[in-house]
Design a protein around this ligand. Sequence first.
Ligand SMILES: Cc1cc2nc3c(=O)[nH]c(=O)nc-3n(C[C@H](O)[C@H](O)[C@H](O)COP(=O)(O)OP(=O)(O)OC[C@H]3O[C@@H](n4cnc5c(N)ncnc54)[C@H](O)[C@@H]3O)c2cc1C
Length: 276
Amino acid sequence: MKPFEYFRPTTLEDAYKLLNQYGDKASILNGGTDLIVRMREGHSEPEAVVDIKQIESLRAIRVSEDEIFIGACVLLNELGSHPEIRKKVPFLAQAALSVGSKQVRNRATCVGNICNASPLADTATPLLALDADVHVYGDEGVKQIPLKHFFVFVRKTALKQGEIVTGISFKIDGASLGIFQKISRRKEVDLSTVCGTVVRADGAYRVSFGAVAPTPIRLTETEAYLSSKPLSPETVEAACEIAKGEVSPIGDIRASKAYREDMVAVVLKQALSEWL
Ligand SMILES: Cc1cc2nc3c(=O)[nH]c(=O)nc-3n(C[C@H](O)[C@H](O)[C@H](O)COP(=O)(O)OP(=O)(O)OC[C@H]3O[C@@H](n4cnc5c(N)ncnc54)[C@H](O)[C@@H]3O)c2cc1C
């Protein structure tokens, strides 16, 4: 690994100053379970690493009557075991606990999972289906970016140079009616071959999938179809066909393109069958 300067600021303002001082030569370190692997493999060679884990304000999960906020440095194990998260959005807790191993989740964060912008990030599909917003600190103060606009391409987000994600929030109206599924070759410590979440809220459906396009995506045509018809075995079948047409997976070491397309239909059908 190439040598680098290591900084551990305790305030957002100091972190932001450091990030701007080093420009595109700086990387944010959160849990490090993606960044350090990439640095070891030479895919990322920052001159400065800004560790944000000592910034106290980034560590909280805040639950109000109708909204949940997950701070940037909340660990995946903390998220997955939080009583209110388990009660109000159990499918998000399940997705958090499906990442890697217990050891990985004791370092890794949900926000790191999102900022890494992998097409198969496991916490992305529940958060997309929850219509989550990403809170970003930067030149413009704190702004919010809808998660569906945050993912730009493989490993590319809408963040500008030096911006720091402070957390993710979402409304929880009826959102606990959601189902997350992960298809992987092994039960544990394996990346998703396909993952997906279906949320039902106010008679409408929100459908999101990972590992089937360059970014995690919402299947808007499938959602529009489902929300326009009463749910029946026939509409479920038709929705699965629409969903298969909306994804554009690649074939790789984990699965072929055709397998991934078929799994989109399987995951969607299993979820919708719960509400038939
Ligand atoms: C053995 C192993 C198994 C894994 N299994 C899975 C799996 O099953 N599913 C899965 O989805 N992932 C998996 N991962 C990947 C990884 O653990 C997750 O993506 C994790 O959630 C990343 O979080 P982190 O806090 O470690 O991020 P980091 O590595 O610290 O950061 C990741 C990226 O996000 C940026 N970043 C982090 N925080 C912020 C912020 N607040 N603002 C702006 N940018 C930020 C960093 O600069 C970096 O580019 C695995 C990794 C390992 C090593």
